[in-house]
Ligand binder design. Structure first.
Ligand code: NAP
Length: 314
């Protein structure tokens, strides 16, 4: 194993993302020492039982005192509070980053609390699942996935290069973007799909003419794919909606317009319009598979056979 990239890493927040980082850091020997901090004694004990780090503390300030790299993995609405707690205790030269799903708000919340002697670079790994907590993480989560860094003007190029090297060592491909542009892109590729999923599952739940047992029984016809997104962590997604409000509202307005046009095509039996749209969207799916961002198996690989000939568990 080669030399670790960092001597001391502090992981603030040890849920799905924090614990996946802990696992990949350990698996690839990316740090000599890992300190884990989280808000509750219960989660801290779970992290300790899983052996995710070297030191464990409930104090964010204590966790960062010796750290060369600090990674904050908490819901975006908690970013300011964490930044305020760690700011005065950061070591000169330390790199501070986060993994939050919105970026302009995180930069606004954290930057003012960062002393001049540290390098703050916000980030977002585009990798996740609908699970949460320290048990849910796994070392391969970031493999082949993008990680977007959103440095602001004047950020030290050497620090950006070190953080880029870290994410690449975790298996990610790294890109840089303005925080505002990140938020617009993510509003359409992630935030809107989740809101639509929460909405459609909520609508089905409210139906009276179709029973809940029928919805569940026949869910494989499409509904099931929305339920995976709609099972995502409510705190995380509440914060994403509150902290990327403008971009989400802009995308929702466009979505509603396009939906009205689709509604009109259905009402007036405009088959050509429906066929044209459905053909265009099929092409998008093909591009995603070609870009290696999903598999080309029917039904998202659910019925694919494993090498041992058995069907995978769902
Ligand atoms: P998670 O599994 O729910 O873990 C959240 C962690 O943050 C826990 O350690 C929790 O501590 C701590 N926390 C929760 N509320 C807090 C608060 N108010 N103050 C301080 N700490 C708090 O969440 P996650 O999925 O890892 O998400 C973490 C971040 O990654 C979020 O910003 C999310 O937007 C981003 N992200 C998530 C995904 C995804 O698919 N899940 C993907 C990319 C990025 P306790 O358990 O001790 O309370």
């Amino acid at each position: 194993m080669s030399e670790p990239l960092f001597e001391n890493v502090a992981l603030i927040g040890i849920g799905l993302i924090g614990s996946s980082l802990a696992r990949v850091i350990a698996a690839k020997g990316l740090a000599r020492h890992v300190t884990i901090a989280t808000r509750s004694a219960e989660t801290l004990e779970a992290a300790r039982a899983l052996g995710l780090g070297d030191d464990y503390t409930l104090s964010n300030a204590e966790a960062v005192a010796a750290a060369d790299l600090v990674i904050v993995s908490v819901p975006v609405g908690a970013s300011e509070q964490v930044a305020r707690q760690i700011g005065p205790h950061l070591k000169p030269g330390a790199i501070v980053t986060d993994v939050g799903s919105t970026k302009a708000s995180v930069v606004r919340q954290m930057q003012p609390h960062m002393p001049d002697h540290v390098h703050f670079i916000a980030g977002h790994p585009i990798a996740g699942t609908e699970q949460s907590g320290p048990e849910a993480g796994f070392a391969e989560l970031f493999e082949g996935r993008w990680c977007i860094l959103t440095p602001t003007e004047g950020t030290d190029a050497g620090a950006i290069a070190r953080l880029t090297g870290f994410w690449e060592a975790c298996g990610s491909k790294v890109e840089q973007m303005d925080p505002e542009h990140h938020d617009l892109v993510l509003a359409i590729v992630s935030h809107l799909p989740h809101i639509i999923a929460y909405n459609i599952v909520g609508t089905a739940d409210d139906l009276e003419a179709v029973t809940k047992s029928e919805v569940i029984k026949y869910s494989a016809s499409g509904f099931r794919d929305f339920t995976r997104l709609a099972a995502s962590d409510p705190v995380m997604w509440r914060d994403v909606c509150l902290h990327n409000k403008d971009a989400i509202l802009e995308m929702l307005a466009r979505f509603s317009e396009d939906l009205s046009s689709l509604q009109r095509a259905v009402r007036w039996g405009d088959g050509d319009k429906l066929f044209e749209l459905f053909t265009r969207t099929r092409g998008i799916r093909r591009s995603i598979v070609e870009a290696g961002q999903d598999m080309d198996a029917p039904n998202f690989g659910r019925n694919a056979r494993k090498p041992d000939g058995k069907a995978p568990a769902e």
